[in-house]
Design a protein around this ligand. Structure first.
Ligand code: NAD
Length: 321
């Protein structure tokens, strides 16, 4: 069994490797070759933590496993990441544990890959201004992956806690992009592509603020009750997701579905676009919206890449249980 540490994951799994692995598994999911098992997520009544499991099997890539972990809101005070997780990979032929892989960096890089894949497949080719709603731990990973998808010339950003914005601004500066902190309405007026990555429980971006032709990746809503955008915006957009079952229950579309504004059939798996089954964007004026809920197979896909590359590069520890 291989042990792959957080530091090794950061060393061996590039954004490109994560993008390719997640894109492949989204395609496999849409073909029915890979499926996610029901998610368990529980408040454990200690440290205000949410803990659970995301698991699945990719029959095409032969990846079987589970990500265990969750959200410990007071970790930041201890100098730790609030999200904590570990991926366990099993040999699908025998059920034996094949790898134990640190899941924190992988969660950020696979989530960034997901929105980047949506931008790659759905955003207008001439998109120039990137709008960031959110400036927490995930936001900088999102920014780095997004700017590789189009020739962005500027980043505009808003955050509920404005004091967190300079850190995101520093990343934009490092990437050679001008950065401007703006109000949300102004963000909608300027941005061609918007990423929302917050823990909000109410609509932050309203339909009337969004320009025709915008692509929006809603990445923060991964639990019942969370919300980042106006349900009317969902109704006005062409909606894509990683997994429909998750989108309508714990993802951003849960509110538009509950309000009867859209039906499940109005949502397309992004894998259909990746597989060439759905054309994706069909006009320059269309608003496209990707609901990235975060599925276990994304974690398993990048963990499998981490284990393979770490072994190849002599960076994995091999132990017998
Ligand atoms: P974080 O705690 O580092 O940052 C939280 C962000 O939300 C900050 O920008 C903060 O200012 C903002 N925020 C907090 N309260 C808010 C409120 N009431 N209204 C608006 N904004 C508010 O968290 P993170 O690790 O950056 O994660 C951000 C979100 O993304 C979380 O909701 C997390 O659960 C979610 N997430 C989703 C996926 C996925 O695959 N879709 C993966 C990882 C994290």
């Amino acid at each position: 069994m291989l042990i792959v540490t957080e530091a090794t994951c950061q060393k061996v799994v590039t954004r490109k490797a994560a993008f390719d692995a997640v894109e492949a598994v989204f395609g496999a999911m849409a073909r029915g070759d890979a499926y996610n098992f029901p998610v368990i997520r529980e408040a454990i009544g200690h440290a205000d933590a949410l803990y659970g499991f995301k698991s699945g099997f990719d029959r095409a890539g032969l990846v079987l496993g589970v990500k265990a972990g969750g959200y410990w809101p007071h970790n930041a005070e201890k100098g730790l990441t609030n999200h904590q997780s570990t991926v366990f990979l099993f040999d699908p032929d025998t059920g034996q544990l094949s790898a134990l892989v640190g899941g924190n960096y992988l969660t950020a890089v696979r989530t960034a890959a997901s929105s980047a894949i949506s931008i790659n497949h759905l955003a207008r080719k001439d998109a120039r201004v990137l709008g960031m709603v959110g400036a927490g731990h995930q936001a900088q990973f999102q920014l780095r992956a997004a700017v590789e998808q189009r020739d962005f010339e500027k980043v505009v950003a808003w955050n509920f806690h404005p004091e967190m914005l300079p850190r995101l601004g520093a990343v934009a500066e490092e990437l050679g992009l001008p950065f401007e902190a703006v109000e949300r309405e102004e963000l909608g007026a300027q941005a061609d592509v918007i990423i929302t990555i917050t823990s909000a429980h109410e609509a932050l971006m309203m339909k009337d603020w969004i320009k025709p032709g915008t692509h929006i990746a809603c990445m923060g809503t991964d639990t019942r009750g969370k919300q980042e955008v106006d349900p009317e915006l969902i109704a006005a957009a062409t909606v894509f997701t990683d997994e429909i079952a998750q989108s309508i229950t714990i993802g951003e579309t849960q509110h538009a579905i509950a309000a009867g504004l859209i039906a499940q059939d109005d949502i397309t798996p992004i894998g259909d676009v990746i597989n060439g089954v759905h054309p994706g964007r069909t006009s320059e004026d269309e608003i496209t919206l990707f609901d990235g809920t975060g599925v276990g197979l994304q974690d398993l896909a990048v963990a499998s890449v981490a284990a393979k590359l770490a072994q190849e590069q002599g960076e994995a520890q091999d132990v017998t249980l």
